[in-house]
Design a protein around this ligand. Structure first.
Ligand SMILES: [Fe+2]
Length: 302
């Protein structure tokens, strides 16, 4: 009887331990997401990539029936997977042509660098698989370790599909984006070799169902990708920005004015160039705050 008391008590009193852990989780999560955002901001063509990859990851993980903790962990992994690209020089990141062998080797270091950046971080174990293994493949031909199918985590298999799909459907300095049908055909062709067969099938079904339409071609919920009309790369319009505010191309510094008309968002060049200060990357703290709010509780449960 006496031994049951502490357990019974915990049913009726607030779980202060969990609350405290959740409170500690929020700034840790926020700092990681801000770091990932700043890494992405170095590449003028990748604006919105992390948001889209993490949203595809969330959708696929939920559709697989994974629990809230797993969905939150994989969504976070989708946002942080390319953290190691901080180590890739601008000359490679922004190269308009094909990479040579040395440049490709440099790129191939980014999963291990990403994992190394997080050594000792309290949340490292949550995202280690997504960061370190997102370029591994079921046929063992991936990098950095050439792991085979049996050694790939759910996280890395999901992030790998979502990352590749977003790369295919986004414009890069060396090629235009592929149409949706072509990208899905490419995924289908590479099931069981580059991509997990079961997860890839489900991903293709989800895309055909239209459930990705609010993610594809967007940089945030309800915000379609904007492109610089002078040189092409992505200009990310933040959700807090209002009509009439100015924005700048991260590549050529062309200035544009934002127009938000009901649900329609567009940008219009002013013909001017931005100053060095206006080109400083600005983190979308509203978007990150929403991630933190939705993920922190789920990640504390485990
Ligand atoms: Fe990557």
């Amino acid at each position: 009887m006496i031994s049951l008391l502490p357990a019974a008590k915990s049913l009726f009193e607030p779980d202060y331990t969990s609350e405290l852990r959740q409170r500690g989780m929020k700034p840790l999560l926020q700092s990681l997401l801000v770091m990932a955002w700043m890494v992405e901001a170095r590449d003028p063509y990748s604006g919105g990539h992390l948001w889209r990859v993490s949203q595809y990851c969330r959708l696929l993980a939920e559709s697989l029936g994974l629990n809230k903790y797993e969905v939150a962990r994989i969504t976070l992994g989708g946002f942080l997977h390319d953290l190691g690209k901080i180590s890739v020089p601008d000359s490679i990141l922004k190269k308009p042509g094909r990479l040579n062998d040395d440049e490709y080797e440099t790129i191939m270091n980014h999963p291990e660098i990403g994992a190394r950046i997080l050594i000792g971080h309290p949340l490292a174990s949550l995202v280690k698989n997504a960061i370190l293994h997102h370029h591994e493949r079921p046929d063992g031909a991936g990098y950095p370790f050439g792991l085979d199918e049996g050694n790939l985590s759910i996280d890395s298999r999901i992030v790998s599909i979502c990352d590749a799909f977003d790369a295919m459907t986004s414009t890069r300095p060396y090629r235009h984006s592929l149409p949706l049908d072509q990208a899905l055909k490419d995924i289908k062709l590479n099931l069981h070799t580059q991509f997990d067969g079961n997860f890839g099938h489900l991903f293709i079904e989800l895309a055909h169902s239209g459930r990705m339409n609010t993610i594809l071609g967007h940089t945030d919920q309800g915000i379609p990708i904007q492109n610089c009309l002078t040189c092409g790369p992505t200009i990310v319009v933040r959700r807090s920005q209002k009509s009439g505010e100015l924005t700048y191309c991260p590549n050529c510094a062309a200035e544009a004015i934002i127009e938000k008309n009901n649900s329609r968002i567009s940008i219009h060049p002013t013909g001017r160039k931005g100053s060095v200060k206006s080109l400083q990357p600005k983190v979308d703290m509203d978007l990150i705050g929403e991630y933190v709010a939705t993920s922190a509780a789920a990640l504390v449960i485990a």
